[in-house]
Design a binder for this molecule. Structure first.
Ligand code: ATP
Ligand code: MG
Length: 377
């Protein structure tokens, strides 16, 4: 097993296209790190540089203490699992799992033993004589996992390994991967664009955007303390609602104000105003931070007036899409209740649950959070 360290790593494709920019990250020995972000943000490129499938344009990559920038993929002691399984169609499950060991001239008895061990871990024993076309998608992906673990590599790399599976299998296989990591303790770097996978699997989650790392922290810390508006909007389903407005001191009270909203912040946000009387700010409120005030009228400074547009039942909860006076739309997630579309409601928000972000600027289009003070790693 080993740590993986990226120091100032960049990937510049021909034509000066930055795939990844100045990437700094240390993945600890045994850690499960998830790289997450929208399409094209550089996740696969980062992983492929670690695997040695892509050259590194600048910076240093270490596996353990060894600099591996110029080390051949086969000598890096890593195993990679892809989205499309990449099994050999003409080989049985056993031969697919044994292939890499055979190539490395592992003794036959050891191959048998290791394949049996991996098959046992993954419940593949009944399928060993089948060929990939006689397997379901979920079974194929388990074989691909098995093929990676028989090698007992120092590092596992996963690139969206579950995205070809249906929703139920995805959740089952996700749990399988988590269990395997618990049992084997192998350092794992896992790429996904699915924030739910990121939150449930990662010891830490690294959020990327436009080739840059925006935040890297344990999942709940990222959720509670997003570093900027991008991270705040990316993690959480439905996404955080944003309100562009300002903080203002009036009559000894601090208010958050915009065209639709006037909330008395009860002191919770006062430190962000400092000695000023007014500053532009973006408030972020997660859908689950709203509560319906019942049929009560909106009370001054404590709630937001809105009209229910669409109700989406989810079982014990429901997502409610609402429209505000200005026409702006928001969404909230509340316990299931009867609620008619077209109804006017008042939404209560606990001031402690309001996130604050800097307004956008040319240098920081995603507005840094005012609550995260430390430098991003
Ligand atoms: N071989 C290449 N030549 C030029 N540009 C490339 C090449 N490979 C990737 N890129 C660019 O680098 C950026 C990052 O691509 P990458 O494949 O790492 O994204 P990703 O985060 O994995 O996206 P997805 O979620 O769609 O898989 C993209 O803008 C992409 O177009
Ligand atoms: Mg990719």
């Amino acid at each position: 097993m080993a740590s993986v360290t990226l120091e100032n790593v960049s990937k510049i494709f021909p034509g000066d296209v930055y795939g990844v920019r100045d990437f700094d990250l240390q993945i600890r020995d045994g850690e499960f790190l998830v790289l997450v972000g929208p399409s094209g943000c550089g996740k696969s490129t980062t992983l492929r540089m670690i695997a040695g499938l892509e050259t590194i344009s600048a910076g240093t990559l270490k596996i353990g203490d060894r600099v591996v920038n110029d080390v051949h993929p086969r000598s890096r002691d890593i195993a990679m699992v892809f989205q499309n399984y990449a099994l050999y169609p003409h080989m049985t499950v056993f031969d697919n799992m044994a292939f890499a060991l055979k190539m490395r001239k592992t003794p036959k008895a050891e191959i048998k033993e290791r394949v049996a061990w991996a098959a046992g871990l993954l419940g593949l024993e009944p399928l060993m004589a089948r060929k990939p076309k006689a397997l379901s998608g979920g079974q194929r992906q388990r074989v691909a996992l098995g093929r990676a673990i028989v090698r007992k590599p120092a590092v596992f790399l996963f690139d969206e390994p579950l995205s070809n599976l249906d929703a139920k299998l995805r959740i089952e296989t996700r749990a399988e991967i988590k269990r395997l990591h618990r049992e084997l303790g192998t350092t794992t770097i896992y790429v996904t664009h699915d924030q739910e996978e990121a939150m449930t699997l990662g010891d830490r989650v690294c959020v990327m955007c436009d080739g840059l790392q925006r935040q890297c922290a344990p999942p709940l810390e990222i959720y509670r303390n997003p570093a900027d508006r991008f991270v705040a909007g990316f993690l959480g389903m439905p996404s955080m609602n944003f309100f562009e407005g300002h903080l203002e001191r009036t009559d000894g009270q601090i208010w958050f104000d915009n065209v639709d909203v006037r909330l008395r912040t009860e002191g919770a946000l006062s430190e962000w105003l400092g000695s000023e009387n007014r500053r532009d700010i973006v408030a972020g409120i997660r859908p689950e931070s709203f509560q319906f005030n019942g049929s009560e009228a909106a009370s001054e400074g404590k709630s937001i007036s809105a009209t229910v547009q669409i109700v989406e039942p989810l079982g014990s909860q429901m997502d409610v899409y609402l429209v505000l006076k200005s026409g702006a739309r928001i969404v909230c997630r509340v316990p299931a209740q009867s609620l008619a579309e077209g109804k006017s409601v008042a939404l209560r928000v606990d001031p402690e649950e309001i996130h604050l972000f800097e307004p956008r600027t040319a240098e920081e289009p995603y507005g840094r959070s005012l609550r995260v003070e430390e430098e991003l790693v």
